[in-house]
Design a protein around this ligand. Structure first.
Ligand code: ADP
Ligand code: ADP
Length: 228
């Protein structure tokens, strides 16, 4: 299906020092169209699980399916969108051209997607900043560019790793409200890694709690709430 599925995933980092068992029998099922928040103490393997789901990191055993695809294929074909904490924008590209980047990576012509780019800029509240460079924007504005960029391929699956990490509490709350609206419009399956339990409870249908040493899922909480 169009969901996110990790089955009995094990991952040990083997380096020059001691091995680190990052994930042991990690199971995660995010139903199509659902919003799941992944929480847990620092070092419990949240980012590792997300990098594996994005195809950026190998795993030792287990099975991973992203909207029916192997993770790297889902990322390479634009089925997956991703927004990271540090925004990772290209400093020499304007806001509009940063948002267009995933289209270029997929070999599509950004000139044919002007309407979608403009719509996303509007959606994240950056109208008027189309030609600004990242260095001219605040941290919050850069994170909003990153969210817009993650949505430009109309991904079926959206991964977010602390996307509002650089924001203060008030601005973060505002962004959560905006993200909820954006996500409901997109209809995508979302997985959010966050340290904020309030953020998790506000946004997610399910909160998945992980423990460390080794990283594993210990609890799945269904959040009882009604969509606006
Ligand atoms: P979280 O995102 O929950 O903070 P991580 O997935 O970053 O957790 O890390 C899980 C464990 O794996 C930690 O013990 C961390 O130190 C270790 N780890 C993460 N990345 C690497 C790496 N590239 N090499 C070795 N160990 C790593
Ligand atoms: P922060 O991340 O620092 O909290 P925000 O993203 O919340 O900042 O920005 C708040 C508003 O202030 C923006 O919507 C924008 O109108 C204005 N602003 C902030 N920084 C800049 C900047 N460097 N250039 C232009 N406008 C800015």
């Amino acid at each position: 299906d169009q969901g996110i599925h990790l089955r009995s995933v094990c991952k040990t980092y083997r380096g020059r020092g001691a091995d680190v068992e990052a994930l042991r029998d990690m199971n995660l099922d995010c139903a199509p169209g659902s919003f799941t928040a992944l929480i847990g103490p620092s070092g419990c393997g949240k980012s590792t699980a997300m990098r594996i789901a994005l195809g950026l990191e190998d795993y030792d055993t287990g099975e991973v399916r992203i909207a029916g695809h192997p993770p790297a294929a889902a990322t390479a074909s634009g089925v997956t969108g991703v927004a990271f904490q540090d925004a990772a924008l290209l400093p020499w590209r304007t806001v509009a051209r940063n948002i267009a980047l995933p289209l270029e990576v997929l070999g599509r012509d950004p000139a044919k997607h002007g309407h979608e780019i403009a719509k996303l800029i509007d959606l994240v509240g950056l109208k008027g900043y189309e030609t600004a460079l990242p260095g001219q924007l605040s941290g919050g504005m850069r994170q909003r560019v990153s969210i817009a960029r993650s949505l430009i391929t109309e991904p079926e699956v959206l991964f977010m790793d602390e996307p509002f990490g650089a924001l203060d509490q008030i601005r973060r709350r505002q962004m959560n409200v905006e993200l909820q609206r954006i996500w409901m419009e997109s209809g995508s399956t979302a997985l959010l890694v966050t340290h904020g339990i309030d953020e998790a409870a506000f946004l997610a249908d399910y909160v998945v709690v992980m423990h460390a040493n080794p990283g594993r899922v210990v609890e799945i909480i269904e959040v009882p709430f009604e969509r606006p």
